[in-house]
Design a binder for this molecule. Structure first.
Ligand code: XCC
Ligand code: SF4
Length: 645
């Protein structure tokens, strides 16, 4: 059933041919879970203490309180709050590791790293109050690394460095509402404490905590990860590459890198070009070494180095099923345990590299900065040696791979919109104000068999660009749309509305811009802030004609992202609700009332076309409030959905 909505040809063909060999996939396991627990879906099951587990009867005939007296409001919210903290923790722990890499680099103990964007190093060091004059890169890296790490354990109420970038109105609001985040770790710890049995039971108070811990992600952990990665691995520039399983090569050693951290994958990419290793590959009968990415690791090395993308989250098992992958090297996050079983049916070696993310029955080759090059070499050698174990009869690489352009950032977008000599957000703002572009929408997040297995992203983006909405993307949503050809300048010609098409044609950009990995949603915050600064389309984030969606969201990280956008004043749409629908009060609060408090709010809609029009209606509502010009080439929208005043 769930596979019916999967539209990716490469995946469908591969799955159809593999079915005979009876190897289970995420779709099979998802089906086996049906029907899923209604209490779980509604968020009204609590396991917080050992008087429980308790559940609330959704029909009102059974118990309406847990043993301790907790209601559906408390139970549903408390879980969502904790999940959001887990999301913040994931992005922020990733950022912390980058801080350590900076320190190692500064101390001269990091192997294989250098500062690829020394200009940005100085910019960010300045922002952190570090004197940069006359200092060498390494010296600055050390100082910056130390300062950044302090942001995590900070005990005073001094604001996080990057949150000072936010528009004045948002900062004032966050202070008044007491959701201005303090130390990043402190917010995560306090959230865990507040959600312990017998602590915060008031859902409004819990939602306040949710927003504070999420803001510590968006303007804290995630933004730090983005900025440090740019400094270390180079700020992205528009770059052409290819995506989908067809990037794997029949006559080469194929190495998949999967997860989230660029620290290892970047060194693997470099090392894969090592003469000695290429020679070894030849000796083993391979023509070369191909490195391809999955999930956000793919995004990190795609936007900076143009490394091909093998696939999205849902394609991790499929990549192995091509029978042509010598090693799948994983670091952290979104690593499905299912890959171990898949790999056991082929010659593929599963190599874990972080003790924080280990998988049973796999080998751990632990990665650390001081021996990064050696580790990368060791891993690539294992893959090369494994090439001879590949079984010809197993090899089944789909043909599909698609051209794409990636590598846009908050800093470089305006070069493209304004041309090299008019570098500012003025052209973007002007084109929004004059109605050529309706607004901007972020379409981000995971692909999920519960929804369209990726296809919802595609339908959503097509509908948005058709209605002159410029789309920005990150995560697996970006990779999904890349596979469909939506991240090419040509896509604007066939698919975009007349206004958006004009802009894309003039500047030569795709109608959907790839902004990077999931931590790089922070780039969207910065871009929106720049739009406010430029003026004319809103004086604070909540006034901008923008909207965001993670229609196929899956991970807790997506919840943290969604919440930091809502708290920052944005309208955020998920395909299916977070697990709070068992409380009408909470559901109404986050989809309606909260807009009067922070300016942003949630919407839940699974149908991608309806979802697009809910977003468009929100954008139009903002345009109306700003008295912007009518849409220049307006078409009648038959799908209009009313989302209130
Ligand atoms: Fe994971 Fe970032 Fe989701 Fe993709 S989009 S499935 S979180 S890899 Ni972040
Ligand atoms: Fe039940 Fe309350 Fe314990 Fe939750 S905290 S399991 S509702 S008794």
């Amino acid at each position: 059933m769930s596979r019916k909505k999967l539209k990716d040809k490469a995946s469908i063909n591969l799955l159809n041919s593999i079915k005979k060999e009876a190897i289970e996939t995420v779709w099979d396991r998802y089906e086996a879970q049906q029907p899923q627990c209604g209490f779980g879906l509604l968020g009204i099951c609590c396991r917080m203490c050992n008087m429980g587990p308790c559940r609330i009867d959704p029909f009102g005939t059974g118990p309406q309180k847990g043993a301790c007296g907790a209601t559906a409001d408390t139970i549903a919210t408390r879980d969502m709050t904790r999940q959001t903290a887990a999301g913040t923790a994931s992005h922020s722990d990733h950022a912390r590791d980058l801080g350590h890499t900076f320190i190692a680099l500064g101390n001269g103990t990091a192997q294989g790293y250098s500062i690829r964007d020394p200009y940005k190093l100085r910019l960010i060091a300045n922002e952190y109050g570090i004197k940069t004059e006359g200092k060498k890169d390494a010296e600055l890296a050390l100082e910056l690394g130390e300062k950044v790490l302090k942001e995590f354990g900070k005990q005073d109420d001094e604001p996080l460095t990057f949150i000072k970038r936010a528009p004045k109105k948002q900062q004032e609001l966050w202070k008044t509402l007491n959701i201005y985040p303090r130390g990043i770790d402190r917010e995560v710890v306090e959230t865990l404490a507040r959600t312990h049995e017998g602590m915060d039971q008031d859902y409004k108070n819990l939602i306040q905590t949710t927003m504070r811990v999420a803001l510590a992600d968006g303007w804290g952990g995630s933004m730090i990860a983005t900025e440090l990665s740019d400094i270390l691995f180079g700020s992205p520039k528009p770059i052409r590459a290819k995506a989908n399983l067809g990037v794997l090569k029949e006559d080469e050693v194929n190495i998949i890198i999967h997860g989230h951290e660029p620290t290892l994958s970047d060194v693997i990419v470099t090392t894969s070009q090592d003469k000695e290793l290429l020679e070894l590959a030849k000796q083993k009968g391979a023509k070369g070494i191909t490195v391809a990415g999955i999930c956000c690791t793919a995004n990190e090395i795609l936007v900076r180095r143009g490394i091909p993308v093998a696939g999205t989250f849902l394609q991790q098992e499929l990549a192995i099923m091509t029978g042509a992958v010598e090693a799948i090297v994983v670091d952290i996050q979104c690593i499905s345990p299912g890959i171990v079983n898949t790999a056991s049916n082929f010659h593929t070696r599963v190599i874990t590299t972080s003790a924080k993310a280990s998988l049973p029955n796999t080998e751990l080759i632990e990665f650390s900065e001081d021996k990064a090059l050696n580790t990368a070499k060791e891993i690539i050698k294992i893959a090369i040696e494994n090439y001879q174990n590949r079984k010809k009869e197993h090899v089944n690489i789909p043909e599909e791979s698609m051209e794409l352009v990636a590598g846009f950032t908050a800093e470089n977008i305006f070069y493209h919109l304004g041309g090299r000599f008019r570098g500012s957000y003025r052209p973007l703002n002007e084109n929004i104000a004059n109605g050529r572009i309706r607004g901007v929408a972020g379409v981000v997040g995971c692909d999920n068999p519960r929804m369209g297995s990726g296809s919802y992203h595609i339908e959503l983006v097509k509908e948005l660009i058709k209605n002159d909405v410029l789309v920005v993307q990150t995560g697996c949503a970006a990779l999904t749309c890349a596979k469909e050809g939506l991240l090419t300048p040509e896509a604007a010609i066939g698919m975009a509305g007349d206004g958006l098409k004009e802009v894309c044609k003039t500047v030569g950009i795709p109608p959907a811009l790839h902004l990077g990995a999931c931590v790089d949603n922070s780039r969207i915050l910065i871009a929106c802030t720049e739009m406010v600064k430029e003026g004319g389309i809103g004086n604070s984030l909540d006034e901008l004609p923008v909207a965001g969606a993670a229609i196929e969201w899956m991970s807790e990280k997506a919840m943290a992202i969604g919440w930091y956008f809502v708290a920052s004043g944005a309208f955020v749409l998920f395909g299916t609700p977070m697990r709070v629908a068992g409380s009408q009060a909470v559901f109404d609060y986050i989809t309606k009332d909260i807009e009067n408090i922070v300016g942003g709010k949630w919407a839940f809609e699974e149908d991608p076309i309806k979802a697009a029009h809910i977003m468009i209606d929100h954008i139009d509502k903002k345009r109306k409030a700003l008295k912007l010009a009518p849409i220049m080439y307006a078409k009648d929208r038959t799908e209009t959905v009313n989302v209130g005043p």
